[in-house]
Design a protein around this ligand. Structure first.
Ligand code: SAH
Ligand code: SF4
Length: 351
């Protein structure tokens, strides 16, 4: 399907209001179109039944309603995890994943094509930065992905390709669409934005008043080790990020999720357990332990080639120590590995 360059998808309610007021439409038109587009998921103006025919025809000449087209849908062997490849109208291919877990259905969305931050354990990082997604392209992953899945999406994580806080404007705009009382299906409390740490943007996000949850990709409590595996730490050190995370929690309440990819001999040592316990005494947090998904399928070089996953036994002991200290720990399932849909494997190889 070819996409129109000019799409309404991604416009917020205030933006739709000013567009329609300029066109001489009545005040209520923005709410109608917003409702059709974001709740009823219509992809053609002709379906907007409570709007005049002349309006629908005029709109159709100038605008499209889709920001993405579905290129491919790949299901895991057990059929539960689904990966989508979507094409943007710049002809980039991005990925989203739906992962069911007990009574939740979580959608993982991308915010950039590739990523400039070059974390050594991440497939997206190794692919480099290609482009930012628009708010419409972020939101369409939810609308189009949701349409292809038999159960409703209950949670959204901004943890696909890219660093959301380096595409701050589009990320926040997509969140503001979810925050409207007109969009009922997923509330902001069920949305988590994950970042490798851009302190100024963490402060800014806290000040928007959008009450999303924050996940911080910690991966090591030591500046030097973190810098080695996450080069962005040299520019924005952990200490500055933790101040920003603390501010975020003061504004929004709740706890931060520290993401922690388990790398053998690098961040899974006894002293790492102790440092994590000390950190969680200072900052209200849960820890999300992520088994490292190997990047062998994309032939990494340098430090990336040396990274090894911690053994399942080491992960269990590590998690046990943290739990004993009273910390909430989740050990993430590596669901979807057979379709390279698990975390950090989101790099499109066929483009
Ligand atoms: N850029 C953001 C969000 C996308 S990455 C961020 O870094 O937080 C989402 C999560 O996947 C991050 O916690 C990231 O560290 C983790 N991840 C990246 N590569 C991984 C890999 N190979 N195995 C397991 N988790 C990985
Ligand atoms: Fe970018 Fe996140 Fe991957 Fe780091 S882990 S390269 S920030 S997508």
């Amino acid at each position: 399907m070819s996409l129109k360059q000019n799409t309404l998808k991604g416009l917020s309610l205030p933006e739709l209001s000013s567009l329609f007021l300029e066109m001489g439409e009545p005040r209520y038109r923005a709410r109608q179109v917003f409702n059709w587009m974001y709740n009823h998921r219509v992809t053609d103006f002709s379906e907007m039944q409570n709007t005049p025919k002349s309006f629908r025809e005029k709109m159709k000449e100038q605008y499209g309603l889709l920001a993405l087209s579905l290129d491919k849908k790949i299901e895991s062997i057990d059929g539960a995890t689904v990966k989508f490849l979507f094409r943007t109208n710049q002809d980039h291919v991005i990925e989203s994943v739906i992962i069911p877990e007990s009574d939740r259905v979580t959608l993982c969305v991308s915010t950039q094509v590739g990523c400039p931050l070059d974390c050594k354990f991440c497939a997206t990082g190794l692919m480099g930065y290609k482009a930012n997604l628009t708010a419409g392209e972020i939101f369409d992953q939810y609308l189009l992905g949701g349409r292809e899945y038999p159960k409703p999406i209950t949670n959204i994580v901004y943890m696909g390709m890219g660093e959301p806080l380096l595409n701050y404007e589009a990320t926040v705009k997509s969140l503001s669409i979810f925050s409207e009382e007109l969009t009922k299906e997923v509330s902001l409390r069920k949305i988590t934005v994950s970042t490798s740490g851009i302190p100024a943007k963490i402060y800014e996000l806290a000040d928007t008043g959008l009450r999303v949850k924050l996940a911080f990709s910690l991966h090591s409590c030591y500046e030097e080790i973190r810098s080695r595996i996450m080069p962005i730490n040299k520019k924005y050190p952990l200490a500055k990020n933790l101040e920003a995370v603390t501010y975020f929690l003061e504004q929004t309440g709740g706890r931060v999720t520290f993401e922690y990819v388990m790398l053998s001999g690098i961040n899974d040592r006894r002293e790492d357990e102790e440092a994590l316990v000390a950190l969680c005494r200072k900052i209200p947090a849960k820890i999300n332990i992520i088994p490292f998904n190997s990047l062998a399928h994309i032939n990494p070089t340098g430090i990336a080639a040396e990274l090894k996953p911690s053994s399942p036994e080491r992960i269990a002991t590590f998690a046990g120590k943290l739990r004993k200290a009273g910390i909430t720990v989740m050990v993430r399932n590596t669901k979807g590995q057979d379709i390279a849909a698990a975390c950090g494997q989101l790099a499109v190889t066929q483009i």
